[in-house]
Design a protein around this ligand. Structure first.
Ligand SMILES: Nc1ncnc2c1ncn2[C@@H]1O[C@H](COP(=O)(O)OP(=O)(O)OP(=O)(O)O)[C@@H](O)[C@H]1O
Length: 241
């Protein structure tokens, strides 16, 4: 089944999200097209994670709409949203500590929403040679970097159209970070759309087609990497660099 290319994978309109009485997102609208890489930037606490959680229905917005492949999914439970071809790599990693690397990967396997199965175990192990060496290790006997790769590997096993990555390189050694960035480039080249939150602005600018900056739950900047790189005043004002 082919989909018309002009329908965005995901389209959010006027999202307002709260934690109890705290109003966190104040009318966020964005759309993500097939194969596009979008960075989400902003200082700590500006709402990046909350936005990803709102798109996934984990922290449902109180107002606004979320459409996936043109279908209104507002208010749908997260398991139904991810079935539309969205995969999430959360900040705190999501692996089963008492299962092996192989079991963790195999459990996540499923075709994408259009039946696509091009990310299988073989391709994952080609992409992450470190995981190939650790196939029978338990999830909790992996280094932080290996756990992160396993989390990304599990996400890819679902053959998503869109991958949401929240601080995938956080707390990792420089060499492992480099490997993660290289994997993100591979994912991008494979045609999967990516939304990525990270503190490494330089790496984001190299990778992203488009960048969005959040401040206090609002979009304060949107532009391509050449434009953002040429605006140091935006960096100073909203990114603190
Ligand atoms: N479960 C929660 N309950 C109440 N407030 C929360 C909760 N989670 C986050 N917040 C608040 O919501 C705001 C946005 O947080 P969020 O985690 O989305 O920001 P962020 O931009 O992702 O920052 P960080 O890089 O620190 O994760 C912050 O003020 C935070 O304190």
């Amino acid at each position: 089944m082919m989909r018309p290319a002009e329908v965005p994978i995901l389209e959010a309109e006027e999202l307002h999200t709260y934690y109890g009485a705290s109003h966190i997102l104040h009318g966020i609208s964005l759309s993500i097209r097939a194969g596009e890489t979008l960075s989400l930037m902003g200082r700590n606490g500006m709402g990046k994670t909350t936005l990803l959680r709102s798109l996934l229905g984990l922290t449902p917005p109180r107002r606004g709409t979320v459409k996936i492949h043109g279908r209104d999914m507002t208010g749908a439970p997260p398991q139904q949203i991810v079935r539309q071809g969205i995969a999430f790599v959360p900040e705190d990693r999501g692996i089963f500590p008492n299962l092996t690397v192989r079991e963790n990967l195999i459990m996540a396997a499923r075709p994408g929403p259009t039946g696509r199965r091009d990310w299988d175990l073989t391709r994952i192990l080609d992409t992450f040679p470190r995981l190939a060496e650790r196939m029978s290790n338990m999830g909790n006997h992996l280094s932080g970097g290996e756990q992160q790769m396993l989390t990304v590997g599990r996400a890819l096993m679902t053959n998503p159209d869109l991958l949401l990555l929240d601080e995938a390189t956080e707390g990792l050694a420089p060499l492992i970070r480099k490997e993660i960035w290289s994997v993100v480039r591979t994912i991008r080249q494979s045609g999967i759309a990516v939304v990525i939150v990270d503190k490494d602005i330089k790496a984001l600018l190299k990778l992203a087609d488009r960048n969005i900056i959040l401040s206090k739950g609002r979009i304060v900047y949107e532009g391509d990497s050449a434009d953002l790189a040429a605006k140091p005043e935006i960096h100073t004002r909203y990114l603190g660099v």
